[in-house]
Design a protein around this ligand. Sequence first.
Ligand SMILES: *[C@@H]1O[C@H](CO)[C@@H](O)[C@H](O)[C@H]1NC(C)=O
Ligand SMILES: *[C@@H]1O[C@H](CO)[C@@H](O)[C@H](O)[C@H]1NC(C)=O
Ligand SMILES: *[C@@H]1O[C@H](CO)[C@@H](O)[C@H](O)[C@H]1NC(C)=O
Ligand SMILES: *[C@@H]1O[C@H](CO)[C@@H](O)[C@H](O)[C@H]1NC(C)=O
Ligand SMILES: *[C@@H]1O[C@H](CO)[C@@H](O)[C@H](O)[C@H]1NC(C)=O
Ligand SMILES: *[C@@H]1O[C@H](CO)[C@@H](O)[C@H](O)[C@H]1NC(C)=O
Length: 833
Amino acid sequence: MWGRLWPLLLSFLAATAVPGPSLRRPSRELDTLNLKRQWEPGLGGKAQNYSTLLLEEASARLLVGARGALYSLSANDIGDGAHKEIHWEASPEMRSKCHQKGKNNQTECFNHVRFLQRLNSTHLYACGTHAFQPLCAAIDAEAFTLPTSFEEGKEKCPYDPARGFTGLIIDGGLYTATRYEFRSTPDIRRSRHPHSLRTEETPMHWLNDAEFVFSVLVRESKASAVGDDDKVYYFFTERATEEGSGSFPQSRSSHRVARVARVCKGDLGGKKILQKKWTSFLKARLICHIPLYETLRGVCSLDADTSSRTHFYAVFTLSTQWSTLEASAICRYDLAEMQAVFAGPYMEYQDGSRRWGRYEGGVPEPRPGSCITDSLRNQGYNSSQDLPSLVLDFVKLHPLMARPVVPTRGRPLLLKRNVRYTHLTGTPVTTPAGPTYDLLFLGTADGWIHKAVVLGSGMHIIEETQVFREAQSVENLVISLLQHSLYVGASSGVIQLPLSSCLRYRSCYDCILARDPYCGWDTGTQACVTATTAANRTALIQDIERGNQGCENSRDTGPPPPLKTRSVLRGDDVLLPCDQPSNLARALWLFNGSLGLSDGQGGYRVGVDGLLVTDAQPEHSGNYGCYAEENGLRTLLASYSLSVRPATPAPAPQAPATAGAQLAPDVRLLYVLAIAALGGLCLILASSLLYVACLREGRRGRRRKYSLGRASRAGGSAVQLQTVSGQCPGEEDEGDDEEGAEGLEGSCLQIIPGEGAPAPPPPPPPPPPAELTNGLVALPSRLRRMNGNSYVLLRQSNNGVPAGPCSFAEELSRILEKRKHTQLVEQLDESSV
Ligand SMILES: *[C@@H]1O[C@H](CO)[C@@H](O)[C@H](O)[C@H]1NC(C)=O
Ligand SMILES: *[C@@H]1O[C@H](CO)[C@@H](O)[C@H](O)[C@H]1NC(C)=O
Ligand SMILES: *[C@@H]1O[C@H](CO)[C@@H](O)[C@H](O)[C@H]1NC(C)=O
Ligand SMILES: *[C@@H]1O[C@H](CO)[C@@H](O)[C@H](O)[C@H]1NC(C)=O
Ligand SMILES: *[C@@H]1O[C@H](CO)[C@@H](O)[C@H](O)[C@H]1NC(C)=O
Ligand SMILES: *[C@@H]1O[C@H](CO)[C@@H](O)[C@H](O)[C@H]1NC(C)=O
């Protein structure tokens, strides 16, 4: 239902035309490839599942495996129209057979291309599910046409299009991992190779209900002093058989854990024992933040060519026990840690106690599960086939290591609630100053891309971009450094994004606050430029680690925001609006230039949209300054002069009334008309907003702040419609502490007068320059407002979280109720400056 309402909400917000800080909008720089429909005649469905991507940098082609088709796109501009295509669909007979087997003919009984890799210098190799009868084909890359004959695919490709699968072609051999046939157990296989291999199933399964996520070849032979072999690492989630007791007694059999396994590339299997089976298979538990986050969703490897620097990033979501909540964790792992675990103690199934425990006995030589190295060759073990039976028997029974692989720094880099990451990729970026930072791109289950930089202190999310209008899972991500592009594959299409767009940061502070390793402030041209291509890299200002230093001399301070005057009656409530420029910024209010105001004290409430003064008293009179504080930088956003007047209509306050009475009758009529128009407008806006609020009710988890009414800042209208809401520290509510953005649930409208006369509905969004004329030049621009995001490290509960901005909902309902009748008129009087 939400999917249908979302456009409605969008169009409503577009109509009211005021983008709030967290109303994240699609980037305008997208090149969308919309290949759908044309190639799925008779279906009319949008589902094309563009989920298999292969980038060929040398020829600048992006190859896409989709449902029923393969495409070859120009990597430079995937939407340039010069693409080639191959139809590769399952025949109607195949599909009806598939349907008869009980499979879904709307989603499953198609040819989903799951595998697409370079085979040799002339050919590609692709496999498709082919309506649950997998087929593979060697495709001439130049001609880009299907061959006349196909290869059987049941040993190489999953039957089920949704089943976890990973595959590589290494030196012509096919290394695939998935569950292959209808009911067979999961397996890591090597095929198209003189020595086909698979995992062992008797007397114990080496893999249990495994769901594969990722695999990678690590060139450990390169520069190895001991003549080590290259290894293939596999990442997956599987049923934990070794969990004895502890946290999951009730769900012991369904408890799933993340694993990493590895095999040696040169493995030839055993001669009598472990014939045609891996002799080098070892697996270990992968720990990120247990017992909460144990479902592996995505893994990427960095520097896999240089094993001394190889490391991995993995995304986890909550384990099935908590599947109603949405949250993700990201951990980093070093290859060295994995190597140490695989060189450590083994686990063993103890028949007596029917449990897994650490193996304490003697370990045979050569060490079981190790690759053939120089020292083994010197001992006469030229290949795995020469290994003694004792060693292979041990391998058969001891696939699991005792020690788990723990993340770098022992903890997650990022925990993020209300987000379900589905995929990630990354690349190291070397900055002009020397240090290299890992830049990650994370795809979410609802079609967003989060770009993040890994810092010494954790992870910083640089921006969030909605790349698909329709919520859909990001299925694949590929980076091209040559094209400076990120390719995103999902159900409805492929999208190409620039790796960075520094030009949109308009000031020095904006540029360094973003902390994008690709971006630096060029003091010569006074622009935020791509650091890796800048003409004079020494003249660039960057501060990736701290994000606040270097701009001291280039700060171009705009004019200070104009002082606004507010005059209220004693006992009234008044809101002094002030929007924060970035989700990362913190609001700071100073009274009479020095006294910092804190929430809940002295009748003040500090909200995300402004300062609420409740039950105003004469001592509240004075000057109020609203500052944005981000990363130690403080900028004045708004200043107000508030005067509180006695409420009792004593003789003196007759004046305004007299003034009113002295107005000419037609002026008064105009005035009344204006007020009526204003009232009507407010009512319409209020009901639309409340309607939208109701639409949002059913949807927990996504919390955003909609701030309607920044019009006065742009110098236009007098009426400000504010939704002010927030979260109470005690509220049972995930995520707000991370997002700093609030939902509309329970929020309310406040109508407050602005400067000048009543005016028509808020105009369309002010062009950026208008926004920048208001003293905001020095700090984050609108784009960062939309894209910047906050995060929380290692915070599982709200315990100990400092009291954040609190909800004004109740206060404001009360105020609205009051003002609906009498206060509105009075307020208009009061505020005319
Ligand atoms: C293909 O796309 C459809 C529609 O978005 C989706 O329902 C289905 O799960 C996708 N299939 C796979 C295997 O991703
Ligand atoms: C799927 O199967 C249903 C029931 O047999 C049939 O009515 C429908 O036409 C089939 N759809 C397609 C696309 O084959
Ligand atoms: C590449 O592989 C294909 C399919 O096996 C084969 O026909 C072709 O001759 C190979 N090309 C080269 C250059 O080895
Ligand atoms: C291993 O290779 C060496 C040299 O290639 C050879 O002399 C030796 O006999 C081989 N050993 C076995 C067990 O095959
Ligand atoms: C680069 O910038 C530095 C610092 O501003 C300056 O000293 C140097 O001359 C510049 N080099 C070039 C080639 O412009
Ligand atoms: C704040 O300043 C106003 C006017 O400048 C003054 O009337 C008021 O007493 C001051 N309040 C305090 C608490 O200093």
